[in-house]
Write a protein that binds this ligand. Structure first.
Ligand SMILES: *Cc1c(COP(=O)(O)O)cnc(C)c1O
Length: 387
């Protein structure tokens, strides 16, 4: 089976984990600090603005909590987004208000976000579909103008930027994921960015049971108090820290990330060339000048009537595809009755093809051949236009 997403984990990661085992400290310790510093350097932000946690979902919950969102607050988000974002909002008693997206980029434009703002809107929570930055700069300007908090779900956008500015750092909060399905994989892991370093300090306590004290390793390393086992609880919070096993894997993956991105760019270029000209098949739009993506998704679009059958055909050929992300405004639990035509069209017509750095040229050819066969069998050849 050719997987749609797949991590590249090997000897280097194993050696890094072995080192952690040998150190006898597998909790949150020096490897977590190294991972945070390495990611801060990649983003070009101060380390005081980042905190690693166990998942991106937890980082999103923390961002919503630190933003003070709760009952009576509306949070505008695209309907094509991951469940974690809507859950984080709804779990705090705030209301997710879903906005439409551009049917080709699957990202909301600033106009889509603006159209969904209500008098109760306190925050906007957007993602970067497939790693494409989208109109995050314009959306950040809109949020600043309307004085609403901007949270970026940058889980798709580990290496995305507009100019020199990394996606995830345009707003008040940004979150990233290092789970099993991402480009850089730690096993599990999340990162939280806050523009305000004081909020990162609050998040650090929230991620460790609301204790005023540092985590075990930091305490053991710098025992200052006479009775270092005393505790002060400042909030009723969970424990969601990262640990040195995960961080050691994550450090290796960040070192390999540019290589992963180069291979992904090659595969995307190959798909772009080889899939162009298949009747009725739409390819992902090119990035605007100055935008850098992460090549997280490669998606094709086709008439809605054939999409599911094409997916089935590919599956029968051993090629796994999917559709990211199912419409959140159609999820009953979020209580939306919105009509969002761009997103509804995209959700019916889009298929995510395999994209990961482990694909061989032969795999890519097999995907291309499968897509060409499945689509052309169902779409009668269109007359060739002579210019
Ligand atoms: C993967 C992902 C998440 C969740 O990340 P976890 O680390 O698994 O919690 C959230 N949002 C988006 C867009 C994602 O792709």
């Amino acid at each position: 089976m050719i997987n749609v997403f797949q991590p590249s984990l090997g000897a280097e990661e194993l050696a890094a984990v072995a080192e952690v085992f040998d150190s006898s400290w597998v909790g949150k310790g020096p490897k977590v600090a190294e991972f945070e510093a390495a990611f801060a350097a990649r983003l070009g932000v101060a380390g005081t603005r980042l905190l690693s946690v166990d998942t991106c979902t937890e980082a999103t919950f923390l961002a919503v909590r630190l933003a003070g969102l709760g009952a009576g607050c509306d949070v505008v988000m695209p309907t094509i987004a991951f469940v974690s974002a809507a859950n984080a909002v709804a779990a705090h008693g705030a209301r997710p208000v879903f906005c439409d997206v551009d049917p080709h980029t699957l990202n909301p434009t600033a106009e889509h976000v603006e159209a969904a703002l209500t008098p109760a809107t306190k925050a906007v929570l957007v993602l970067h579909y497939g790693g494409h930055p989208g109109e995050i700069d314009r959306i950040a300007d809109l949020c600043a103008e309307r004085r609403v908090v901007l949270i970026e779900d940058a889980a798709n956008a580990v290496a995305s930027a507009i100019g020199e500015r990394a996606c995830g750092t345009f707003g008040d909060f940004g979150v990233w994921s290092f789970d099993h399905g991402k480009i850089a994989v730690a096993g599990d892991g999340g990162m939280l960015y806050a523009r305000d370093p004081d909020l990162v300090e609050r998040a650090r306590k929230l991620a460790y049971l609301g204790l005023e004290q540092a985590s075990g390793f930091a305490q053991a390393a710098g025992q200052t108090a006479t009775r270092w086992w005393d505790i002060t609880v400042s909030s009723f919070s969970r424990r969601s820290v990262m640990n040195d096993i995960l961080a050691a894997i994550g450090c290796v993956q960040l070192r390999r990330l540019d290589g992963f991105l180069r291979r992904r760019a090659e595969i995307v270029a190959h798909y772009d060339r080889a899939l162009a000209g298949i009747p009725a098949l739409g390819l992902p739009p090119a990035l605007p000048p100055g935008h850098r993506g992460s090549h997280y998704f490669y998606w094709v679009q086709m008439p809605a009537g054939i999409r599911d059958e094409v997916a089935r055909d590919l599956y029968d050929r051993g090629i796994y595809t999917t559709m990211r992300y199912p419409l959140l405004h159609r999820v009953r639990a979020y209580g939306s009755d919105a009509r969002l035509p761009g997103a509804e069209s995209a959700a019916a017509r889009t298929l995510n093809l395999p994209l990961h750095q482990g694909l061989s040229d032969g795999d890519v050819e097999a995907v291309v051949a499968g897509v060409r066969a499945a689509v052309t069998a169902r779409v009668p050849a269109l007359p060739v236009e002579v210019p």
